[in-house]
Design a protein around this ligand. Structure first.
Ligand SMILES: [Zn+2]
Ligand SMILES: [Zn+2]
Ligand SMILES: [Zn+2]
Length: 776
């Protein structure tokens, strides 16, 4: 039977070679019809024998081009026209309003082949790309995604490039960044003040300087990197000094997989992650000894490794003798990554000896993404380049909503229908430059996605920059969302859960509904509201933010809570390392309630244990003490898990860590190793959380558990708790598409806000909205 069907395809199907692909699929099957871009994707009409048309439809998403993402296929029967050929119709310029923009994608194998083929006209061309690879998100100014709306608009294509661009059979058909030596962007090599050097081959010059141990600022896809030879200790140390980055690990770009396996333990999952077309940074266990400079990742048993992902990177490595380059974000300390040429020279001129620049403008910065594979799944640590702006697809439809995220590791989120668009990593908003970037990102995302939010969600912390910004917005419905509620709902939304769950939200800091600093929270939560069911018992945070930088203060706080004033008499090694007058000052602060807000933070609990066993008294980057505590575990030496206490205050359960600290002190007095103590602590925390889960299941009959919050980046805790919960029949959900840390809360904020507004329960909203007592 002959039929004609109209097929609507939604998703990322424009500017990714989808129309030529469909053309080929149809003509191979001798089907007639047409294809056109529309406002929501593409619409195809095919005519031919019914079984051939069926086969065509089922092949549509299965063999789609690499950058395409098909989210929906709808098929309707229509009247036959008797057409005999298949054609690609021209785009309607007014049409493209709801299509998705592809992320930036690593150089594909075909382009790589041409890059190193002396006979190819793009031999060694540092900006080679095609429909299947290259820049997208970082060069888009607006939609429809077409060359004039990208930063390639200033490079008119030469006749050869234009011919490729217009030929549906060509790999560069409608590849907007298409370019060559004749018509496209070019590299230049500059000194530390941006003065251009007349060198024949900027790549060869950069390679020579890197080999000599110099620091080079390299303009990449989503921003600048600072590069040095990762095997050269003095070069890496100098970079640390100049960048004012003391111990936080550097990411390392390595020429190929084989070389990576000389530095790291590489299993099949690690290989797969490294080779994703996003080419993320992957956290892998270091080999011991490791051939890279120690200063690349001091006191750390992991390395952040990635493969070259732009033609410039490939050119730097190929035949250069370089095997591993530190490629760290081009910024000073915690500022956002530099993207403009003159901006980079101004900001990085004191750090970099040289600049490898180009004239293709980066319109919106996008850091490298960071992933890890553990406990049988991939976890996003930082979701940026290669993943943004692909949406997270939600189960329900939502009104246009903006969520402005938290303070640290900020991301924003825009909801539209079934799609949640999380921004790239924006950074810590207490940094002025990061706050500017936040505002840029809000504008840019609304523009390229054509979303005008009706609701704006923000964190309850009255002093967060994003919160203050949101609350000043005129004439728009704003909704405050509690930090840990946002964590749990983010996990629920990502996993398409409905109803109520038991949510474990463990992190460093989040503003509580009682105005205290929460962080060790167990919530009974749904999309609308939550009940705080359990938390780590409050202890003072002596010195506020100072206690976060100096974990030894938390050790004193817990010792005081566990032993009373007598703790000073304990003959533990801790007191030999911390001067007594400092301990006494902290004690007086707590006794007099001066600058000692109460906290239930789980991150601070890890800090206290790490400091007490003299692993780390002061940190140089966020969560350093907790990371090192996890890494020092000695599974073989471990005994019984430490026991926590369990208190009750009405329905609210409290996890009491006093028995834990008494046991640790006892262990220290008998000379137990840090490895043993760390392992018993991790196991004990899992056991304490399990006992909460059991009580809550009994009380509520809920069996679904969500795990969220930055503390779950601790793989021992995350995997241990998940495994234990599952073995007792709980259904456990964690994150895989968005980070468990604060980079993921904007999604939860957005979803909670839409439910609150949708419920018309405005009275309860204004109650949570009210500013509560200020956290120092
Ligand atoms: Zn390509
Ligand atoms: Zn050209
Ligand atoms: Zn958090």
């Amino acid at each position: 039977m002959q039929v004609r069907r109209r097929i609507h395809v939604a998703g990322i199907v424009q500017g990714v070679g989808f129309r030529p692909y469909v053309h080929r699929l149809a003509t191979e099957r001798h089907l007639a019809g047409q294809i056109a871009n529309t406002s929501t994707g593409v619409v195809i009409e095919v005519e031919g024998a019914a079984e051939v048309v069926d086969d065509f439809v089922s092949s549509l998403s299965a063999q789609a081009p690499p950058l395409a993402l098909v989210t929906e296929i709808r098929v309707v029967e229509i009247d036959r026209t008797g057409a005999s050929d298949f054609c690609i119709l021209p785009s309607d310029p007014s049409a493209a309003v709801r299509t998705l923009i592809s992320p930036d994608i690593a150089t594909c194998a075909d382009c790589l082949g041409e890059l190193f083929d002396p006979a190819d006209r793009r031999f060694h061309y540092p900006f080679i790309n095609c429909t299947n690879c290259g820049p997208r998100f970082s060069i888009v100014r607006g939609i429809p995604y077409d060359r004039p709306q990208t930063s390639m608009s200033v490079f008119p294509m030469c006749p050869s490039c234009l011919a490729e661009y217009e030929d549906p059979r060509n790999r560069r058909f409608h590849a907007q960044p298409n370019a060559c030596w004749q018509c496209g962007p070019q590299l230049e090599f500059c000194d530390s003040r941006g003065g251009r050097l007349s060198v024949e081959d900027p790549i060869a010059e950069a390679v020579a300087r890197l080999r000599a141990g110099d620091i080079i600022a390299v303009k990449g896809l989503g921003g600048f990197h600072l590069a040095v030879d990762a095997t050269n200790s003095s070069a890496v140390s100098r970079l640390r000094e100049c960048k004012r980055r003391i111990e936080k690990p550097f990411a390392v770009m390595v020429s190929d997989l084989e070389t990576i396996s000389r530095y790291c333990m590489l299993d099949a999952e690690g290989r797969d992650l490294l080779c994703l077309r996003q080419r993320p940074i992957v956290l892998l266990p270091k080999k011991n000894p490791c051939l890279l400079a120690d200063s690349v990742a001091p006191f750390n048993s992991d390395l952040g490794i990635f493969l070259p992902y732009t033609p410039i990177h490939h050119l730097l490595f190929r035949e250069s003798g370089l095997q591993a380059l530190v490629m760290t974000s081009g910024n000073l300390s915690e500022e956002p990554i530099a993207i403009g040429n003159s901006e980079a020279v101004a900001r990085l001129g004191e750090i970099a000896d040289w600049f490898l620049l180009h004239n293709r403008e980066i319109l919106l910065r996008c850091d490298d993404s960071v992933l890890r594979h553990t406990g049988g799944r991939t976890r996003q640590i930082r979701r940026s380049r290669g993943f943004v702006p692909v949406p997270v697809f939600l189960k329900r439809e939502f009104p246009p909503t903006l969520a402005v995220g938290g303070e640290l590791k900020n991301t924003i989120c825009l909801l539209r229908g079934h799609e949640a668009f999380l921004s790239q990593h924006i950074g810590d908003l207490e940094n002025v430059e990061a706050y500017k970037f936040f505002q840029e990102a809000v504008d840019h995302f609304q523009k390229i996605l054509k979303i005008r939010p009706e609701i704006v969600a923000y964190d309850l912390h009255p002093d967060y920059f994003a919160t203050r910004w949101a609350r000043k917005l005129p004439g728009i419905q704003t909704v405050g969302v509690q930090h840990h509620h946002a964590h749990i709902v983010s996990c629920m939304a990502e996993n398409h859960l409905e109803g109520r769950v038991i949510g474990f939200a463990l992190d460093g800091t989040g503003y509580g509904s009682d105005g205290r600093i929460w962080g060790g929270e167990v919530l009974l939560a749904n999309y609308m509201d939550f009940e705080r069911a359990a938390h780590l018992a409050y202890v003072p945070l002596p010195g506020g933010a100072a206690a976060i930088r100096e974990p030894w203060r938390m050790a004193v706080s817990h010792l005081w809570a566990s032993f009373g004033p007598d703790f000073l008499k304990l003959p533990i090694p801790f007191f030999q390392q911390i001067p007594q007058e400092r301990v006494l000052t902290v004690l007086r602060m707590m006794e007099r309630h001066v600058n000692s807000p109460l906290t239930s933070s789980c991150g601070r609990l890890f800090d206290a244990v790490a400091a007490l066993i003299n692993l780390r008294h002061e940190v140089n980057y966020e969560a350093q003490a907790a990371v090192e505590l996890e890494m020092c575990r000695d599974e073989a030496a471990a005994g019984q898990p430490y026991r926590f206490g369990l208190g009750e205050e009405g329905d609210l359960l409290q996890i009491d860590s006093r028995p834990l600290f008494r046991a640790i002190v006892e262990d220290m007095l008998r000379g137990a190793t840090t490895g043993e103590i760390s392992q018993r602590f991790h196991d004990g925390l899992v056991e304490a959380l399990m006992s909460i889960a059991r009580v809550l299941r009994k009380r509520t009959s809920l069996n679904t558990v969500c795990l969220s919050g930055g503390t779950f980046q601790n793989t021992c805790l995350a995997n241990g708790l998940e495994h234990q919960l599952q073995s007792e029949g709980f259904e456990v959900y964690t994150h895989s598409q968005v980070p468990a840390g604060d980079g993921g809360i904007s999604l939860g904020q957005a979803v909670v806000a839409t439910h609150r507004v949708g419920s018309e329960d405005l009275s309860s909203r204004s109650a949570t909205d009210r500013e509560v007592e200020k956290v120092p």
